[in-house]
Ligand binder design. Structure first.
Ligand code: ADP
Ligand code: MG
Length: 147
C-alpha cells in the first residue's frame, strides 16, 4: 500500500466545484503535487492529518478524482480540513499525511445525498483518527519541518 502518504504543496483556486456553499470547502493542491502522486493510488476519499503554513495540525478528509473542468483528463486532489478557519488560505503551503482510505468516488442524485455522504465521511474519519496508530502521525516532524 502507498499509505501513509506524505504530500505538500501550494493551495490553488479550484473551479467552483468546491462545496463551500454547503459548508465543506476543499483546498485544491496545485497540479505539480497531483502529478507526483503514485499511479497506484486509487481515486476516492481518504482521511488523515493536515496543516497550513506550519500551523496547528487538524483532521482532514481528502478526495482524489478526475477534474471535470479539464474534461476529466486531469486529476485533482482536494482537502477539507476539520477546522473553522477565519480566512481563506489560497497560496499557502498545505501539508497532508494521507493515512487511510474511506471509499471510492460516487455520484449522488441530490445535494441532500451528497451532504449526507460527506457528513458520514467526516464522522468516520474523525473516529478513525482517534486510534493511537493514527494519532501518532499528528505529531510527525513533517508538519513543522522546512522543505
Ligand atoms: P475552490 O473551488 O477555489 O477550491 P472551495 O469552495 O473549495 O473553492 O473553497 C476552498 C478554499 O476555502 C480553500 O482553498 C481555502 O482557502 C478555504 N478554506 C477555508 N476553510 C477551509 C477548510 N476548513 N478546509 C479547506 N479549505 C478551506
Ligand atoms: Mg475546492
Amino acid at each position: 500500500s502507498d499509505l501513509p502518504f506524505y504530500a505538500e504543496g501550494k493551495v490553488v483556486k479550484g473551479f467552483g466545484r468546491g462545496s463551500k456553499h454547503l459548508g465543506f470547502p476543499t483546498a485544491n493542491f496545485d497540479e505539480d503535487v497531483v502529478a507526483k502522486m503514485p499511479s497506484t493510488m486509487n481515486n476516492g476519499v481518504y482521511f488523515g492529518w493536515a496543516n497550513v503554513d506550519k500551523g496547528p495540525v487538524y483532521k482532514m478528509v481528502l478526495s482524489i478524482g478526475w477534474n471535470p473542468y479539464y474534461k476529466n483528463e486531469k486529476k485533482s486532489m482536494e482537502t477539507h480540513i476539520l477546522h473553522k478557519f477565519k480566512e481563506d488560505f489560497y497560496g499557502s503551503q498545505l501539508k497532508v499525511i494521507i493515512f487511510g482510505y474511506l471509499r471510492p468516488m460516487a455520484d449522488y442524485n441530490s445535494v441532500d445525498e451528497l451532504i449526507k455522504a460527506i457528513e458520514g465521511d467526516l464522522s468516520k474519519a474523525s473516529t478513525l483518527l482517534e486510534k493511537p496508530s493514527a494519532l501518532a502521525f499528528k505529531d510527525d516532524n513533517f508538519f513543522n519541518a522546512d522543505k
